[in-house]
Design a protein around this ligand. Structure first.
Ligand SMILES: Cc1cc2nc3c(=O)[nH]c(=O)nc-3n(C[C@H](O)[C@H](O)[C@H](O)COP(=O)(O)OP(=O)(O)OC[C@H]3O[C@@H](n4cnc5c(N)ncnc54)[C@H](O)[C@@H]3O)c2cc1C
Length: 436
């Protein structure tokens, strides 16, 4: 078991320990009797979801206190990351390079990994129910289920239609299907993309996708057109994206904002028609990304509020609805932090530190959180946005003067350097979470 000094050192190494200012109550030592003598008496933390949030939390709980019995439940045996999936669509990276597994978490960190689907949570009994029939007891539960989609807001769209018209906003089979459709598209065809409304996973994601599809078309289908029907008037890094598109893909990309009727109201997957107030367009490939809400499990477990996301104490990530249940990542309402893999991982470290502090009855570290979002406009052209966050008046807010976006008007060497940083970001965060 770690003493207070070594615990704080470990948290500092993970970037989560700064001045200790508040203390948590609620100790997890009242563990239920365990059938397994090896874990009897140990505090038990169950983590649901092995994506950016959950996998980071499982690893860092063990790093901060190896005595905690940590179980990670993830339905998939391998996890294709959304970061890098746009690069994959362009043919800039192989799919296996962005597919992670749980071997290191199991074999190096001692996390018990169960591949099964969570069908329910009993917050009253502190139990998690699995599709395979097992029931897991917990002292603390971390939930990082990601997102789900509001298909019903677009006439003609549904989860079934998305099997044919992929949103590719959860990487995996959807990404593979879109990859194939882009390659099968006729010469000079029209690719129609509709980004979601706020808030949504990865604000620059749809616009990086436009860039990566354009990168592919430039080399393989140079007379193709990309039409972006947007229900918003502004988007992340818009000036930088548009500068890059003008330079690299002149005449290929047209963006119709909300003010010009860009919101898609209806699609027809058979005739491939996309309907909006702007005009009705016949698409050859459609990439309609629906508006979003917290992952289904968060709804089933009663962790969401009227917004469709999960209200949490933004310092500890403990649910405001169910005590001892913590929600991190895209599903959580995390103040000004965007819904990104970087944010989810940063929140997971904070949440793990808070839980370990509460188990040890030590004060909660008060960290600064960060987010970095790199986007590729082409393989040699990268842009970025960085922000630093802190708790202020009970919510996570941006630190004024910290962070920023790439310069507009930068030269080719600068853009190439940022493209290399983008690849470096992926390599290091994947290594941190799944590989080391
Ligand atoms: C195209 C695209 C590009 C992106 N690029 C970037 C980027 O460059 N940088 C960045 O920081 N972010 C990026 N993101 C955003 C990033 O992918 C998400 O913000 C991140 O994955 C959120 O992590 P999470 O843990 O909340 O959810 P997820 O990573 O989605 O993980 C949720 C996990 O929970 C599992 N799960 C859900 N329900 C259950 C259940 N009932 N039982 C068992 N398991 C369950 C799922 O299988 C899944 O593995 C991008 C997203 C997209 C779509």
């Amino acid at each position: 078991m770690m003493n207070r000094r070594t615990l704080i050192k470990a948290m500092a190494a993970a970037g989560v320990a700064t001045p200790l200012v508040s203390s948590l109550t609620g100790c997890a030592t009242a563990a239920k009797a365990q059938a397994n003598p090896a874990t009897a008496g140990k505090p038990r933390v169950v983590v649901i979801g092995g994506g950016f949030g959950g996998a980071t939390a499982a690893k860092y709980l063990k790093r901060f206190d190896n005595n905690i019995d940590v179980t990670l439940v993830e339905k998939k045996e391998t996890y294709m990351t959304c970061p890098g999936s746009n690069w994959y669509l362009a043919g800039l990276i192989e799919g296996e390079k962005i597919t992670q597994n749980y071997d290191t978490l199991k074999n190096k960190h001692g996390v018990r990994v169960i591949h099964d689907t969570v069908t329910g949570i009993s917050a009253g009994n502190k139990e998690v129910m699995l599709a395979g029939g097992s029931v897991l007891g917990y002292d603390k539960l971390i939930v990082s289920p990601g997102i789900d989609f509001k298909y019903e807001e677009i006439e003609g769209y549904s989860a079934e239609v998305a099997e044919k018209i992929p949103h590719a906003y959860q990487a995996g089979p959807q990404t593979e299907l879109l990859y194939k459709q882009i390659r099968d598209m006729k010469q000079g065809g029209t690719f129609v993309i509709a980004p979601p409304g706020n808030p949504f996973r990865c604000p620059p994601g749809p616009y990086e996708r436009i860039s990566m599809v354009a990168e592919y078309f430039k080399k393989n289908n140079p007379t193709a057109k990309i039409v972006c029907l947007d229900q918003k008037n502004k988007f992340s890094k818009a000036g930088l994206f548009k500068e890059g598109w003008k330079k690299l893909y002149p005449g290929m990309i047209e963006v119709i904002p909300a003010i010009d009727g860009g919101k898609v109201t209806k699609i027809d997957a058979n005739s491939m028609m996309v309907y909006s107030d702007y005009e009705n367009i016949k698409a050859d490939v459609m990439n309609i990304i629906p508006n979003q809400k917290a992952g289904k499990l968060a709804f089933d477990a009663g962790l969401t509020d009227a917004s469709g996301w999960c209200p949490v104490n933004q310092e500890t990530f403990e649910s405001k609805i169910h005590p001892s249940v913590y929600v991190i990542g895209d599903a959580a309402i995390a103040g000004k932090m965007p819904k990104s893999g970087h944010s989810a991982s940063s929140q997971a470290k904070m949440c793990a530190a808070g839980i370990v502090s509460s188990i040890h009855n030590t004060a909660m570290p008060r960290p600064k959180n960060t987010n970095t979002c790199y986007s590729l406009v082409s393989g040699d052209y990268g842009i970025s946005v960085v922000a630093v966050y802190e708790m202020k008046d009970g919510t996570i807010q941006g630190v004024k003067g910290a962070g920023g976006v790439s310069d507009t008007g930068a030269d080719a060497a600068y853009r190439k350097m940022e493209a290399n940083y983008a690849r470096g970001w992926y390599t290091s965060i994947a290594a941190d979470i799944w590989q080391s």
